[in-house]
Design a protein around this ligand. Structure first.
Ligand code: 8YV
Length: 325
């Protein structure tokens, strides 16, 4: 008897064929209210779930008494109640590594776009406002040689440090829950306390996960420590930042600008004050969003799910204490 899998994210034909070969598949191809109703209707028969960008809380998963495994198409796991899943021995897997380089590329895209005012000036050209050689009123600020500050030195933080050190000749400073000697050796990176990093970095980049400890980590006090010429970059999770404090810091000139790929609530409200500020580059949580990387992530998730449903330990198991193999 094939195991029942409920998908709440569309997959490529190749991956759908793999799942159909080994499991009975129910696809919820839209998470609108109708799709969420379909998901709730499908949960009682589900042995496996695969998808992303949906909070799977206890209230919802109590509807799935036969659930054995969840394969998240993401590296972040803040959409899951890990204690609840572990208590129920439900194996949660994610997709680290395959998205590291692409997400770090997004981080540098935001660094460059914000520092050199790319979006603002490209829009000026597009709207026919480019009438003469640009002058100081339209100048940006250099990236090369400036100090790159990274908060959260995991895989993505390391990849960002690599780009800064080797690609742009940037001194790298970092703050993390522990020192990273290998990173210090590879990129001549130096450890700083959070206040020191905020005071010294020209580019302040958030690359850490959203947890109970990191939620609201960067607020009014932290923005007040930053220098007026510094630029704030967030490619982690919106809720690591007090967004109201960020808006206030931008309006008050406490920082030069911000490059943001994530927000407290997503999609970002079209009426958000962030979208009225020319020194803000806002992108739609596109960190890992390339054809190649999203297919690699989905492939990794399908591998994880099929291993779990076959009674094998998934390669990227998040809650190791749930494993009884
Ligand atoms: C996307 C991400 O949210 O991997 C993560 O944690 O934030 C992004 O890659 C996710 O991949 C959606 O599919």
């Amino acid at each position: 008897m094939k195991k029942q899998v409920v998908l709440y994210k569309k997959l490529s034909p190749l991956l759908m064929a793999r799942l159909h070969e080994h499991t009975e598949v129910t696809l919820i191809d839209n998470l609108n209210p109708e799709g969420l109703a379909q998901l709730r209707e499908a949960l009682p028969r589900a042995h496996g779930l695969l998808g992303a960008s949906l909070k799977l809380d206890a209230e919802l998963l109590d509807l799935a008494p036969n659930l054995e495994a969840i394969a998240s198409v993401s590296v972040g796991v803040d959409n899951y109640d890990i204690d609840y899943l572990t208590e129920r021995r439900i194996l949660l897997s994610n997709t680290p590594d395959v998205l590291t380089e692409t997400t770090a590329d997004t981080g540098f895209a935001l660094i460059l776009a914000t520092a050199r005012r790319v979006v603002e000036l490209a829009n000026m050209v597009r709207s026919g406002q480019w009438k003469r050689n640009i002058g100081p009123a339209h100048f940006g600020t250099d990236v090369h040689g400036k100090t790159l500050g990274i908060i959260g030195m995991g895989r993505i933080g390391e990849a960002l440090a690599q780009r800064g050190h080797f690609g742009f000749g940037m001194p790298v400073i970092y703050h993390s829950h522990s020192a990273k000697p290998a990173v210090e050796q590879r990129f001549n990176a130096q450890y700083r306390s959070l206040p020191e990093l905020l005071q010294q970095a020209d580019f302040i980049c958030l690359t850490l996960p959203l947890t109970a400890e990191t939620e609201g980590l960067i607020g009014a006090e932290e923005f007040a420590l930053m220098r007026p010429e510094s630029i704030f970059i967030n490619i982690s999770r919106g809720k690591v930042v007090d967004e109201a404090a960020l808006i206030e810091a931008l309006r008050a000139g406490q920082i030069r600008g911000a490059g943001l790929d994530v927000f407290e609530r997503e999609p970002l409200d079209p009426d958000s004050p962030l979208l009225t500020l020319n020194n803000v580059v806002a992108t739609p949580h596109m960190g890992s969003a390339t054809h190649e990387t999203r297919e690699a992530m989905a492939t990794c998730a399908v591998d994880n799910l099929l291993m779990a449903l076959a009674g094998k330990r998934p390669k990227n198991l998040v809650n190791a204490s749930a494993w009884q193999g």
